[in-house]
Design a protein around this ligand. Structure first.
Ligand SMILES: O=P(O)(O)OC[C@H]1O[C@H](O[C@H]2O[C@H](CO)[C@@H](O)[C@H](O)[C@H]2O)[C@H](O)[C@@H](O)[C@@H]1O
Length: 289
């Protein structure tokens, strides 16, 4: 946390990891968001809540983030949802989802709202393309030590986090070529040390709109770190009180930017404090990681 004075509307605290006066403006926006009638927190997972690790299934959100989200989820008219590129099954594990969890997986293709869900029924043509894609990309990763194929319900991710320097770019080029030999209709997503090819083209913006509809939220907070999260920022309605937060570097349509997951922890803790106060709950003194 910074020790500089805060804006009168900001509830007396500022998010760490960003410079003034942006920190003051963000703290003010968070204080306003805390007073929303029905609040939806739609959150990207990897690189936003959880630091990157070499083994995807080992990723977990920072403890301070988990604590803040648990507090927020316990409040009335407040929903926490995860909107990720991960397959739903993987997202359930890393978020330690309970039976009420709101999850959007596979970049908007897979949906689980509590016990309700949308199953992904592939057409014969999509299934055939997917099978061929798996064989082709499988052969590629088998030929490049350090790469790994992530199997998803509607596509595949080629992971190359363990490669050095230009080796990653070379694998991406070969993956493009391999995928193009299968189909020119694929949705391609260039993520952080992963290149993904899918036979379905939904995006995180679609997922957020489904969540907005389901929760009847009057305000939405979406935070994300990657290029694929720009689809999410694109459907926000700042004029209605929505808030978009970009985590880390890179061009963005989000209104605000914070440095990293620790700054997200600070922000969510401030939001939990402010919303508990707004909803008349006790606001325990809490310190982020
Ligand atoms: O939309 P997100 O929740 O940010 O998911 C994006 C991808 O996240 C996972 O891969 C990334 O995180 C891994 C664990 O830290 C890391 O090893 C990998 O290099 C990153 O690309 C996940 O495995 C993918 O399926 C998601 O698309």
């Amino acid at each position: 946390m910074t020790d500089t004075p805060s804006h009168p509307d900001a509830g007396g605290a500022q998010p760490a990891g960003i410079a003034q006066p942006a920190a003051i403006a963000l703290a003010t926006a968070v204080a306003r968001l805390a007073r929303a009638e029905r609040l939806l927190l739609a959150l990207d997972f990897d690189g936003t809540l959880a630091p990157f690790v070499d083994i995807p299934k080992a990723a977990r959100m920072l403890p301070a983030i988990k604590a803040a989200l648990d507090r927020l989820e316990a409040l009335p008219d407040t929903w926490v949802a995860y909107v990720s590129g991960r397959p739903l099954a993987s997202l359930e594990i890393v978020t330690e989802a309970d039976e009420d969890a709101l999850l959007i997986g596979s970049h908007g293709v897979e949906i689980r709202f509590g016990r309700d869900g949308v199953s992904v029924d592939l057409s014969d043509e999509e299934r055939a393309t997917l099978d061929k894609l798996g064989e082709t990309l499988g052969a590629l990763v088998d030929s490049v030590p350090g790469t790994r194929l992530e199997v998803k319900p509607v596509g595949f991710g080629v992971h190359y986090r363990l490669l050095e320097g230009d080796e990653g770019a070379a694998v991406v080029a070969r993956a493009y070529e391999a995928a193009a030999s299968v189909s020119d209709q694929l949705t391609i997503r260039d993520g952080k040390d992963i290149i993904e090819f899918s036979v379905r083209g939904a995006d995180k913006g679609d997922g957020i709109e489904r969540l907005r509809e389901y929760t009847h939220a009057t305000a939405v907070l979406f935070a994300g770190d990657d290029v694929t999260d720009e689809d999410g920022f694109g459907v926000l309605r700042p004029e209605q009180g929505d808030l978009g937060i970009k985590v880390g570097q890179g061009e963005t349509a989000a209104q605000f930017r914070v440095a990293d997951e620790r700054a997200v922890a600070t922000l969510l803790t401030l939001l939990a404090d402010a919303r508990e106060a707004a909803r008349g709950e006790s606001a325990p003194t809490s310190s982020p990681a």
